[in-house]
Design a protein around this ligand. Structure first.
Ligand code: NAD
Length: 341
């Protein structure tokens, strides 16, 4: 059975993935109406929403997911049937220097949203189980980092891999995943969760790895690489993530988690070499850009390798990524070159 969201509350929609999702969704689903709740922390940027298709189907609300009465009011005023929860503190380095905000937003904020959905859908609207399952969704966006780290020879993470988070960021996301699961099992809230690998693409905050590499090249400044650059991540183009989220909302089984990943394992150093080579052609005045590579002291507790087995999403949701790393990174570099003009 296919679920059709109508009125969505998207949290964190002024951030990287949320803004890409909203752009994509407004294009792909002409019937949806979106309320976008975002606190506009350092990571949120209203400019990410400047070029929305049909902006009349999008309302921006500046506010905190920890504000339960605001969230309940938005659910009621906009007859929200679907919550898509992106809002989070998302940068591992910041979680090492200041974990408190990660606990507040990622754990408590998720709890407040779940509780508001429970109060509105079960308490106020008094929906029975069948109506709730057929007409409401709470979709939680999570990360593959909850599974911990892999060695070179380990198989990729599946949905059955035990949780073993290593940073305050991944621990806070793991805790939020458990709360979402508990609201399904305890209260019957119609939830789904996706655990995704590293994303890249337009609108990503400049502090993250790929924007840092591209910006450093364009500015002619050092490209910082942790350790010896041999850490491995599994990369996914952000629009493929948006499609994976929507497939899960529309066709995923309630209470299930789905791994979303690009089958694109790359060592950090190889990504830098690929980007510098591509920019040598696109931006010849800065060539050779690999002269800017600078190795810096490794991150504390730096996970060695992440890799996602997305077979369940492929099997049950018929989802596979459309972009390879080479095609996605070309789109991303072109976007940054446009911004840099
Ligand atoms: P981001 O940091 O770019 O954006 C986060 C957004 O949330 C910002 O707009 C910020 O203003 C908003 N926000 C923060 N605290 C808030 C609060 N208390 N109330 C309301 N809004 C608040 O993050 P992102 O990279 O777009 O990630 C989005 C989600 O996807 C996160 O849950 C993250 O854990 C998950 N995820 C990210 C990646 C990745 O590679 N970026 C991979 C897998 C999963």
């Amino acid at each position: 059975m296919s679920y059709k969201p109508k009125n969505l509350l998207v949290t964190g929609g002024a951030g990287f993935i949320g803004a890409n999702y909203i752009q994509w969704l407004l294009n792909e689903r002409p019937d949806v109406y979106i309320v976008n709740l975002d606190l506009l922390t350092y990571a949120g940027n209203l400019e990410n929403l400047n070029n929305l298709p049909s902006p009349d189907r999008h309302t921006f609300i500046e506010g905190d997911i920890n504000d339960g009465s605001l969230v309940e009011r938005l659910l009621r005023e906009h007859s929200i049937d679907t919550i898509v929860h992106f809002a989070a503190e998302s940068h591992v380095d910041r979680s090492i220097s200041g974990p408190g905000e990660f606990v507040r937003t990622n754990i408590n904020g998720t709890y407040v949203l779940l509780e508001a959905a429970r109060q509105y859908w079960l308490g106020e609207q008094k929906l029975d189980k069948a109506t709730l399952s057929a007409s409401r969704r709470f979709h939680h966006i999570s990360t593959d980092e909850v599974y911990g780290t892999l060695s070179e020879s380990d198989p990729a993470f599946t949905e059955e891999t035990p949780y073993a988070p290593n940073s305050p960021y991944s621990a806070s996301k793991a805790a939020s995943d458990h709360l979402v699961r508990a609201y399904f099992h305890t209260y019957g809230l119609p939830v789904t969760t996706t655990n995704c690998s590293n994303n890249y693409g337009p609108y990503q905050h400049g502090e993250k790895f790929i924007p840092t590499v591209i910006r450093s090249c364009l500015e002619g400044s050092p490209i910082p690489i942790y350790g010896d650059g041999s850490n491995i991540r599994d990369w996914l183009y952000v629009e493929d993530h948006a499609r994976g989220i929507q497939r899960t909302i529309e066709a995923g089984r309630l209470g299930e988690t789905y791994n979303i990943g690009g089958h694109n394992e790359w060592r950090n150093i190889d990504i830098v070499r690929l980007i510098t080579e591509m920019l040598d052609k696109a931006n010849p005045e800065g060539a050779p850009h690999d002269r800017l590579i600078t190795f810096v002291t490794d991150r504390l507790g730096h996970d060695w390798r992440y890799a996602i087995d997305a077979a369940k999403a492929q099997r049950e949701l018929n989802w596979t990524p459309r972009e390879s790393f080479e095609t996605g990174i070309a789109l991303t570099i072109n976007w940054y070159l446009e911004q840099h003009k």
